[in-house]
Write a protein that binds this ligand. Structure first.
Ligand code: FE
Ligand code: FE
Length: 387
């Protein structure tokens, strides 16, 4: 049995980690590779104080369906700092006859002799080093030096993973930018739903929404935030405004009695919407709730929340982004969602028009009330695109 292991804080796991683990599996004929979450990596504070359990959850979700790759929490079950030496000993106890391979970034080979109990570690396990572009020759020398001095078994991979970093992912999430494609979808979903790497203000709103909405609606909301980040970046909307509007777009999508209570609370219903059906009303009421209960003052954000149901003539980029994100976010699985997603890749207007066509077809077939605004909005976009 040949077992590789790759330790890290995985804050969060990203596609680079997975690429390296897959490559190690293949290139060095390993039977499996363990990705081990560090409880408290030596010399390093965990950014955003993300709990080890949460980092493990992201890792586990991120590796779902990956043949031969396993998330491991053995370091979490031990008390105190986990040195690679301790982990190697633990693995050795569990798999007495296995050959162990510690997978590292090749730059680590340079200071490996300074690691805790390095000599014993180098006797215990083999090393697989992944070089980053441009440093291959020095790395070879470092590997040879380890072999000469300690009799170490060091293998170097010719490939390097994609240039991704957890730091970059954290930074992007914090700023409201998309991390789509940088980490597995299931891990991305988890970090959004947990509010990891989000500014405190956004996290506070998330907590409040979690209490106000049912579980499914909350998951849909965070899916909309993810989709809005992607669309905002692609089509040039302000990422923070898109995040805020997407986050609160369904804040008034609550039980009918609660919605009626909102209506009463806000008095004469805003914008003369009083006679409209609840499925449309939760847009404009949502804007009122966002303002009154969540402290949102930005008129553009409020407008995007208000118009995500019925649309409006002359919708701006932010309104379109939120409208579309709501309908194509990753937890949506209605028949036809893939066509709308494909249209959204072509252009923002193509996506919005595809969405409107779908909504109109759905409402007609189900004999539901259609708000005339959507026809005006659709005509407006069509005319603009003809010009
Ligand atoms: Fe909605
Ligand atoms: Fe929604």
């Amino acid at each position: 049995m040949r077992i590789g292991f790759l330790g890290g804080s995985f804050n969060p796991i990203h596609c680079g980690h997975i690429a390296i683990a897959r490559q190690a599996l293949q290139e060095f004929s390993l039977d499996k590779a363990l990705l081990i979450v560090a409880a408290e990596p030596p010399h390093k504070e965990i950014a955003f104080h993300v709990k080890s359990e949460e980092r493990f959850q992201m890792l586990e979700r991120g590796l779902e369906g990956e043949q031969g790759l396993e998330a491991s929490d053995i370091e979490l079950k031990r008390a105190g700092k986990s040195y690679t030496y301790d982990t190697a000993r633990l693995l050795r106890e569990r798999c007495t006859n296995a050959e162990l391979f510690c997978i590292v970034g090749a730059d680590m080979l340079f200071d490996l002799p300074t690691w805790y109990r390095a000599e014993e570690l180098l006797r215990e396990v083999s090393f697989i080093g992944f070089a980053r572009g441009g440093e291959a020759r020095d790395v070879r020398e470092a590997a040879d030096a380890l072999t000469r001095r300690y009799g170490a078994r060091v293998f170097l991979s010719q490939t390097s993973g994609p240039e991704l970093s957890s730091t970059e992912i954290r930074k992007r999430v914090y700023m409201g930018k998309s991390v789509c494609g940088m980490l597995p979808g299931a891990a991305e979903r988890y970090l959004y739903e947990k509010g990891l790497y989000m500014p405190a203000e956004i996290r506070g709103m998330q907590e409040k929404l979690r209490r106000a909405l049912n579980e499914e609606r909350y998951a849909h909301t965070m899916g909309t935030v993810r989709a809005a980040a992607y669309l905002a970046e692609r089509y040039g909307a302000d990422p923070e405004k898109a995040r805020l509007a997407a986050l609160l777009h369904d804040c008034a999508k609550v039980k009918k009695e609660e919605m009626l209570a909102y209506l009463e609370y806000f008095g004469a219903c805003p914008y003369g919407y009083a006679k409209r059906s609840p499925s449309i009303l939760h847009g404009p009421i949502g804007a009122e709730v966002a303002r009154a209960d969540y402290g949102v003052t930005d008129p553009e954000v409020l407008l995007a929340i208000a118009n995500h149901t019925a649309c409006s003539e002359g919708m701006g980029v932010l309104e379109k982004v939120v409208y579309l994100a709501d309908k194509i976010e990753p937890t949506r699985d209605y028949a036809g969602v893939e066509e709308t997603r494909a249209a959204a890749e072509q252009s923002l207007d193509d996506g919005v028009l595809a969405c409107m066509d779908y909504v109109l077809k759905f409402l007609t077939e189900n004999k539901r009330e259609i708000d005339p605004c959507i026809y005006c909005a659709r005509e407006y976009i069509r005319k603009q695109n003809k010009r």
